[in-house]
Ligand binder design. Structure first.
Ligand code: GLA
Length: 378
């Protein structure tokens, strides 16, 4: 990817780029649909990322060529508005959010390219947002706080692009570190790096399915969670323990009860998973992932036939500690915790078994946990 953006930059501008930025996608190990409930998540940044090669401009123009979309777009930082909804809206949205937060922005031009598959639940949009944030930081010659950039990315996504998502994806793309998952308290935004257990690796399993009405389902789940929190008279479901929930669940109508049970138990599982990871207890971590999948499938109802099949096949492999669907749901990816020595055999067994069962050709990636969005210096 670095070569791709550098070569394209040179072809367009006849010189090397001044700055190269890399911002990763992510996979969530556990803690799903908990972020907008002020709860806990445990994602890691992966070795698939958005890259931007750029040089500063003397004026207030931002001009970007996307290698993936084979298109060039530009706008003036002093005067820009929405056009049609394409990738450039993320660039504009981050500019808008940073300006709102009082950052002084100046123009730049460059080339974007990425290898985070879109719509797969690996946060290609958060990676793009953080790449743009760090691009403006590099041009300003300053050091900007990762969490503030994450919040600006979320603001762009919520209020410019119009997707009502939580803070997890931007936080991990901003603040990830190699070899670690990141335990995030989505209320305080405190983070803790948790080393991946020795001898294991994370495998992302793309079902090759995509869902087109995710926004409506996502917003509906959010509304159900908010209704449950208000019935319990708390700010967010984060404030309800499993014991509280069990004592008071009957006040909720059955569907809201199911949704709330997922969030309340998922928060508890996520805290337990971070502790299991710290203790190197891979068996416990795997069991928590398996239980998370059941909760998403049966209570939150965000899985799909393809995701369930992928998870079932993964869980049946020797040396797989646990597996679950990951991300917003309905389609996209599942994630498995696998013995590092068995990873190749795992991929070689799961891919054909999934294809045989569904007729779909999956993509499996053995993932490294990588650093968050930053300037690449060499
Ligand atoms: C999407 C959103 C996140 C989070 C997950 C579900 O990835 O962008 O904020 O809510 O879904 O855990």
């Amino acid at each position: 990817m670095k070569d791709i953006v550098t070569t394209e930059f040179k072809a367009r501008y006849g010189e090397d780029p001044t700055f190269i930025i890399r911002a990763p996608g992510r996979v969530n190990i556990i803690g799903e649909h908990t972020d907008y409930n002020d709860g806990f998540v445990l994602p890691m940044a992966i070795n698939r990322a958005v890259w931007v090669a750029l040089r500063p401009r003397k004026d207030a123009t931002v001009k970007v060529y996307s290698v993936n979309f084979e298109s060039e777009e530009s706008f003036d930082l002093n005067d820009f508005s929405h056009t049609d909804a394409g990738w450039i809206e993320y660039v504009k949205g981050v500019s808008w959010a940073l300006l709102q937060d009082g950052y002084a922005l100046s123009g730049w031009e460059g080339v974007l390219a990425g290898d985070v598959p879109g719509g797969a639940g690996l946060s290609s949009s958060a990676a793009l947002e953080l790449a743009v944030g760090r691009a403006f930081e590099a041009v300003a010659g300053e050091t900007w706080d990762g969490t503030k950039l994450a919040l600006a990315g979320q603001n762009a996504e919520n209020n410019w692009v119009g997707a009502n998502t939580g803070i997890m994806d931007q936080m991990i793309s901003a603040n990830g570190e190699a070899g670690h998952a990141l335990f995030i308290d989505c209320r305080s935004l405190d983070t803790e790096l948790v080393p991946l257990p020795e001898g294991t690796c994370i495998v992302v399993m793309d079902t090759s399915t995509r869902h087109s009405h995710v926004d409506g389902e996502y917003n509906e789940r959010r509304a159900q969670c908010e209704a449950a929190a208000s019935a319990f008279n708390v700010k967010a479901l984060r404030d309800v323990s499993v014991a509280d929930f069990n004592a008071k669940a009957a006040i909720l109508e059955p569907l809201t009860q199911q949704r709330a049970r997922h969030v309340v138990t998922e928060n508890e599982r996520t805290v337990a998973a971070a502790n299991a990871m710290k203790a190197g207890d891979v068996a416990a971590l795997g069991q928590l992932m398996n239980a998370s999948h059941v909760s998403m499938r049966d209570d939150f109802e965000i899985s799909s036939t393809a995701l369930d099949k992928m998870v079932e096949i993964a869980q049946a492999q020797p040396n797989c500690y646990g597996a679950r669907m990951t991300g917003g749901g309905f389609a996209g990816c599942a994630v498995a915790l696998v013995d590092v020595g068995a990873a190749e055999g795992f991929v070689a067994a799961v891919a054909p078994a999934y294809k045989e069962a569904t007729g779909l050709k999956p993509a499996l990636y053995v993932c490294d946990a990588t650093d968050g969005a930053r300037l690449i210096e060499d």
